[in-house]
Design a protein around this ligand. Sequence first.
Ligand code: TV7
Ligand code: ZN
Length: 316
Amino acid sequence: MSSGVLLICGAEIARYGFGGGHPFGPDRHEAFMRELHARGLDGRVRCGAARAATREELESFHTAEYIDQVRERSAGGHAYLDGGDTPAWRGLFEAASYVVGGTLNAVDAVMEGEVRRAFIPIGGLHHAARDQAAGFCVFNDCGVAIEMLRRRHGLRRIAYVDIDAHHGDGIFYAFEDDPDVLYADLHADGRFLYPGTGAAHETGIGAARGTKLNLPLPPDADDSDFLASWERVEAYLRAGQPQFILFQCGADSVAGDPLTSLRFSVRAHAHAAARLCAIADGLGHGRVVGMGGGGYNRRNLAEAWTGVVQAFLDSE
Ligand code: TV7
Ligand code: ZN
């Protein structure tokens, strides 16, 4: 079996973000890379650049009309893509396409056996719907990755695990009726935080009824709350036996984030990463791709995500 950890990084994905005091600023990539270097981990991972996702790849998840709308609004500048969270700017279409292509590069490298784990810091844009931008997310790289894992790589059962403070509504509702997309999401209770969804009773619909795991937490939940819920995620994954694990490890669930009040320590993120690797190895394939997601306190995102990369390296 292959070894090594692939890191998708570089100017192409660093550009994704919003200026003018927006929490998702374009400085987040650098904050992570500096910490990776300070810990001497940059020399231990293989680095790869992102590529722009093709129109066909974007259309595996998004509608053609929505993709056109993003292109038009980015070219025109100024307008928001949603109700005020996701401003359009010249170049946004391209930057958002690179994020998707970066996650696809990560997934492809794992599927081709070049590495068992890969991480992309600017990725995990889990709020974008098939036909709509939302909450800082233009194109849903996780959603495109799930679709391409099936169409291009022929996988059937794929797990999506999300510990960002916000509910991953863009993924949840896109695959709500699909029993082959395992979904486990720890997040702050929607009564207290955007986007307001992800109640425990939301377990899927139609053929997927009863198959999804939404685990809302009290708005000030700490590591002990995290660990109690995390046990359920592990049991869920072991029973579901996915062929691939996508991990959205948003650092906005760490104490001190300006947008949320969850109080995990960065150890939660490292623990989750280590356990997911162990589960994937136990299933015989070892396939795990981590995506940074949210995280607006730069110190926190740097520590949480380097902890995830360290856990990936330690699992080798
Ligand atoms: C994955 N919280 C994304 C998380 C998306 C959260 C929200 C902001 C925010 C937006 C700004 C801004 C902000 C300081 C914080 C109901 C509203 C309130 C727009 C101002 N500063 C992820 C989305 C969330 C935009 N949205 O999961 C421009 O905070 O609560 C809301 C919605 C309506 C729109 N207004 C905010 O972590 C990557 N937005 C500064 C400038
Ligand atoms: Zn978030």
